[in-house]
Design a protein around this ligand. Structure first.
Ligand SMILES: [Zn+2]
Ligand SMILES: [Zn+2]
Length: 475
């Protein structure tokens, strides 16, 4: 083997699709007597019904991992951390400073949901992991400041860079070095968006734009252009409220809740929504996150700390029945965003068979969730909600206008910044989207190589880009 081939990293993704994000990286150092360095980037829960089976195990031994990097606080990127710990992982879990403050809330909420659904499905307490594993995982979380190069060991340095996808989200730049060799540089985008209403997102550092680089690039909306998004939220809500109706808005706890609250404030300020229309906000986790936003703990822009609309009431389990009994025109913001869990399911079950109701989804609804089931149920037909049959008589609408993912055009602009792009590994997208988008990257950016990341192949890279693809042989 030539010198170039003695220092390399093998990369694969455990996730064939969008959820269950986890990239395994195995680094071989030129001195073969030294152990390999192994780490994962993200460790998420599979949420698509067809992939749930993948939650139970890892195709590698977690005891052998040296460390873990977390891009952001979404369950499909962090939800299996306690399982990783249960299976023997004792290394550090590096994440951005805001994420280190948020992660405990998200993991405990996820634990509660898993517990509830295992009771329903198995009529017992079969769980992926126990609370003790979760508590142990939290002790391993290590906070990193944005923009600071962190030395993880003698060979690996990482830098967390701000990312507009979510409060606390990061692009993670990993530099792997060995004396006498060029560095292997990998940038993991996690889920990516270039801007965020609540945050100042810094541009990519100049030095990163000039070095030979491999980018592990998410591609969730790689099939869509920004201009194709058709905003309809405001119009739908205004129309329904003017007709004296009630509007249910399922929202994600972190990011989307706060953005929609701010949107309602803007609508009030512009006179499109009367301050006399009550706004109810139900969801414990969403309320906890909102309090952190208000306190400005998470690096929120000063001018965005005052984002709550007038006439908003925080609802809890005890006061929920009075909201359900309330017959006046109102707006109810509720979690979860896909409708399947939490109070959203209760509100949807209560209102789905009433005409004059608008249920306005504000984000992605994964296959198997209540949001997706409602989409596939024609008006007037039956739909199962929480074990009982309901007839769909409410108007159900969807919008992608609040999507926290870059669309194809924005991703291509992002990639164009890197003048020495060796390899793009297309990640985090449905299979056909990843293929389609890989073609566009070749046509419009033309890096040295483009490959589709998944659980079938390891891609071996060195400082100069791709060496070869090897079947993972995990299954
Ligand atoms: Zn995400
Ligand atoms: Zn994701």
């Amino acid at each position: 083997m030539g010198k170039k081939e003695r220092f390399y990293a093998d990369i694969m993704a455990l996730n064939p699709g969008v959820t269950g994000s986890c990239n395994l990286v195995v680094v071989t150092l030129p001195n073969l007597s030294m152990p390999k360095i192994q780490f994962v980037v993200d460790c998420g829960l599979f949420q698509e019904k067809s992939e749930e089976i993948l939650n139970n195990s890892f195709p590698f031994n977690p005891e052998n991992l040296d460390f873990c990097l977390i891009t952001h606080n979404h369950v499909d990127h962090i939800g299996r951390l306690p399982l990783l710990v249960k299976k023997g992982f004792r290394g550090k879990i590096y994440t951005s400073e805001p994420t280190s403050k948020l992660i405990s809330l998200a993991l405990w909420d996820c634990h509660k949901i898993l517990k509830g659904s295992s009771k329903r499905k198995h009529k017992c307490d079969y769980l992926l992991y126990q609370s003790a594993d979760l508590e142990q995982a939290l002790t391993q979380v290590t906070s990193c400041n944005y923009g600071e190069e962190i030395q993880i060991n003698d060979y690996v340095n990482v830098t967390f860079l701000k990312n507009g996808h979510l409060v606390g989200a990061a692009l993670i730049y990993v530099k792997i070095s060995y004396p006498g060799y060029q560095d292997i540089n990998i940038l993991f985008t996690g889920d990516y968006k270039g801007s965020n209403l609540f945050l100042d997102v810094d541009p990519i550092p100049e030095n990163l734009k000039k070095i030979p680089l491999t980018v592990v690039q998410e591609s969730t909306y790689g099939y869509m252009q920004t201009e194709e998004m058709k905003p309809c939220f405001e119009e739908n809500v205004v129309e329904h409220i003017q007709n004296g109706g009630t509007v249910i808005v399922p929202v994600f706890s972190l990011g989307r809740s706060q953005e929609i609250l701010y949107k309602l404030k803007l609508m009030q300020n512009a006179g499109k929504l009367s301050n006399s229309i009550p706004i109810f906000f139900d969801g414990k986790l969403a309320q906890q996150y909102t309090s952190l936003y208000v306190r400005g703990d998470l690096g929120i822009k000063e001018e965005m700390k005052d984002f709550l609309p007038e006439n908003v009431t925080f609802v809890d389990r005890a006061s929920r029945s009075s909201v359900l009994a309330n017959t006046e025109s109102k707006i109810i913001l509720t979690t979860s965003g896909m409708g399947s869990y939490g109070p959203a399911q209760t509100y949807i079950a209560n209102y789905i068979s009433q005409p004059g109701i608008l249920i306005q989804f504000t984000g992605y609804t994964a296959e198997g969730t209540l949001g997706a089931r409602l989409k596939n149920t024609p008006f007037g037909e039956q739909v199962m909600i929480g074990g009982s049959e309901k007839i769909k008589l409410a108007q159900v609408e969807y919008t992608t206008e609040y999507s926290a993912h870059a669309k194809a055009d924005e991703i291509l602009e992002f990639l164009k910044q890197f003048s020495c792009l060796k390899l793009v590994l297309v990640n985090h997208g449905e299979e056909n989207v990843k293929c389609q988008f890989a073609k566009r990257i070749i046509e419009e950016i033309n890096p040295k190589d483009v490959e589709i990341l998944g659980n079938q192949y390891f891609y071996r890279i060195n400082p100069y880009g791709l060496i070869k693809a090897m079947p993972t042989k995990f299954k």
